[in-house]
Design a binder for this molecule. Sequence first.
Ligand code: IPE
Ligand code: IPE
Ligand code: MG
Length: 248
Amino acid sequence: MTVQLLSDVTTNLDLQKLPQHIAVIMDGNGRWAKSKGLPRIEGHRRGANTLKEILRVCKDWGIKTLTAYAFSTENWGRPVTEVKFLMVLFERLLRKELTEMDEEGVCIKFIGDLSPLPESLQQEMYHSMEVTNNNKTIQFNVAINYGSRLEIVKACKAIAQKVQLGELSPEAIDENLISQYLYTCSSPDPDLLIRTSGEMRLSNFLLWQMAYTEIYVTETFWPDFNPSELKQALLSYQQRDRRFGKVS
Ligand code: IPE
Ligand code: IPE
Ligand code: MG
C-alpha cells in the first residue's frame, strides 16, 4: 500500500496504527428510511451500498479483516415481508458483486447458521466462499443468521462430543481451543467495533470475541455512514489506550 494510493480522507490517520480487524453493527436502515418518508426496505437497499463502499475503503487502507452484522438470529422476528426482502437482497448482491470482490482479492466468509436460509441463497453463499477462498487482500466476514450465544452453544456441543468420544481431555479445554470452535476461528478478535445509529448495545454480536474490543458508536444511520465517518472512528480508536487489564 503506498501513500499515493490513499485519498485525502486518510490525512491525520496513523497508517501504522490501524486496527487489523473492524467489526460493524450496521444499524439504522429502518430509521434512515423513516426519516426520508421511505419504506424500511429502501433503507436496507441503501445500506447495502454503504457496506460495499466501506469494504472497499477498508481494503484500500490496508485493514485485514472486516466483519459485518447483516442479520441476527433475532431478526427472524421482523415482519415476514422485510425478512423475505432481506434474503432476496443478500442473494442479489452476492450474484452482482462476487466477480468484482474476487478480482479485488476479497476472501468472503459467512458466519452464522446458514441452514435455515433459502436454498438458493445458501448455494450462492457456499459458491462465493469457495471461489474467494484463497484471496488474501481482505477477509470479509458477513454475519447472517448469526447469534453469539448460539455460536457458543454450538461450540460447547462440539467440544462435549469430542470429550465423550475420548478424543479430547477436559484439561485441554482452554480459551484458545474454544476460539477454534467458533465461526470466527480463522480471524483474530476485532480491535474495533463500530455501531451506527446510536444504540449502546451488542445485540448478541461476537460476545466472546469482543472481550477487549474498542467500541465506537456514532449517531449516523448506516446508509449515511461513509469513508469520512470511518476515518472519525479510526481517529478515535488511535487515541485509545488499550491496557488489556494492565497499567500503561
Ligand atoms: C439494520 O438496520 C439492518 C438489520 C438489522 C437487518 P435496522 O433495520 O435495524 O434499522 P432500525 O434499527 O430499525 O433503524
Ligand atoms: C443488530 O441490529 C443486528 C444487525 C445489525 C444485523 P438490531 O436492529 O437487530 O438490534 P436491536 O434490536 O436494536 O438490538
Ligand atoms: Mg436496528
